[in-house]
Design a protein around this ligand. Sequence first.
Ligand code: AHM
Ligand code: MG
Length: 339
Amino acid sequence: MSIGTTITEFIIEEQRQMKGVSGEFTALVNDVVIACKAISSAVRYGSLVGVLGTADTDNIQGETQKKLDVISNNLFIKRNEWAGHVAALASEEMSDVYHLPPQYPRGKYLLVFDPLDGSSNTDVNGAVGTIFSILRRPKDSEGEPTEDDFLQSGDHQVCAGYALYGPSSMMVLTTGHGVNGFTLDQRIGEYILTNPNMKIPEEAKDFSINAAYMRFWDPPVRRYVDECLAGKEGPRRKDFNMRWAGAMIADVHRVLCQGGVFLYPNDRKLRAKNQEGKLRLMYEASPMSFIIEQAGGLASTGTQRIMELQPTGLHQRCPVILGSRNEVERIISYHLEAQ
Ligand code: AHM
Ligand code: MG
């Protein structure tokens, strides 16, 4: 019986096409994959092993952490800190750069991650996942990496990916040469290539936004959603579906597979709190934008390409509008018309 192409085989093959690669990147991705398998297992056992519910701590954003946020963060760090591939890590769940313990060698990569995106879904057995992004440590950076070393625009990413813990566990990955999806074969404990060269349909029938915030939206977003809701009788002359999983990773995965658009825009309520959107640029928006663009889609704040945003802080937020090219272009044009 053939087991198909494992994610490690796939990455090794991809790296072989490039000159002068040392194998360090492949080894790093391998550790990320093992971390995601461990998190997938913790998520899957849920109540049986007492990992559901709230921890006694808040994260840097002032959000109450779930036990699984803390567990996933620790699993991800422990798996990736020892091998000498990374110089430092940064996580949505930690206020500052994570410096490696002194006994471990420092590598040339920086690893940025959201250990458990959509963690409010854990207690209702909804889909959750891990998002990660790999950056190169700047050549002129010396000593322990600083926050500034991490503040690179999305275009500088070497690799971005996510592991979605849904009915099956999937890993979706790009190194800038298209997007590939892998499904965890629980029988052998390996992610196997199941969705090669993923491409987003250019147009779609789904849109994904939390409509509870409708009264706070800016006019261009309101206009787009109103036109979708008007369906066949409206200017779009077709019916749309609305979907909202409460986990960006699940909503973006649907968009990647079936087309459509995912929006977490800026709005009046967020601005009043001095926030630019909700989602974090480095842990969520940039890696997902890299994947979406590599699959032929677009990712924008409404007025700017997300991949070009220069982060000014590790935990910076930004508006996110991403998905099928034609839909995102339409929303951008509504923003331009409103300026
Ligand atoms: P998290 O990283 O703390 O889980 O927060 C991010 C999540 C996204 O996955 C999701 O799209 C969004 O927050 C949902 O926000 P809201 O509850 O405002 O709809
Ligand atoms: Mg998140």
